[in-house]
Design a protein around this ligand. Structure first.
Ligand SMILES: *[C@@H]1O[C@H](CO)[C@@H](O)[C@H](O)[C@H]1NC(C)=O
Ligand SMILES: *[C@@H]1O[C@H](CO)[C@@H](O)[C@H](O)[C@H]1NC(C)=O
Length: 134
């Protein structure tokens, strides 16, 4: 059965609506979760790209945590002095801590516990893109 023009248009409109409202939930690190010694830069490059309104889920045990770092310099240097605490060491249990990427900006994530950021590779950045239309 061939679609006529009107039916095709309705299908296209529905799939566009779906694309706009559809946002993914992504567990950071996949089955590795948020832990010391896993390369999250590598993970984010392989997983990406992320899209606006996607939600990241951080699952972890104490003493790890989740901070948002203010800029590239603090990210490179693991400098938490002007960082924002998003989730404390206990918030990663159960379903994990959820954080939505609502804006078109660079998000720098890191854990500040011990040497998590410097030696443990527990940092990555995400630049969510406007969602593609099909
Ligand atoms: C993201 O979600 C907000 C609030 O639900 C919505 O207004 C906005 O259009 C969404 N943006 C995209 C790119 O889907
Ligand atoms: C982590 O992965 C990135 C991207 O693949 C790579 O450039 C970097 O050298 C890795 N870091 C370590 C400490 O292995």
């Amino acid at each position: 059965m061939a679609l006529n023009y009107a039916q095709g248009f309705v299908l296209l409109a529905i799939s566009c609506m779906f694309a706009v409202s559809h946002a993914e939930t992504v567990v950071v690190g996949g089955s590795e979760n948020w832990r010391y010694g896993f390369n999250y830069t590598d993970w984010s490059l392989k997983h990406g790209p992320f899209y606006i309104n996607d939600t990241l889920v951080f699952k972890y045990d104490p003493p790890h945590n989740v901070y948002l770092l203010p800029n590239l310099w603090s990210f490179i240097n693991c400098d938490f002095r002007r960082a924002t605490l998003l989730a404390n060491p206990t918030q990663g249990s159960g379903e994990g801590y959820m954080y939505a990427l609502n804006n078109w900006r660079v998000y720098y994530f890191a854990s500040s516990a011990d040497s998590d950021c410097k030696d443990g590779m527990m940092k990555f950045f995400a630049i969510p893109l406007p969602r593609r239309f099909p």
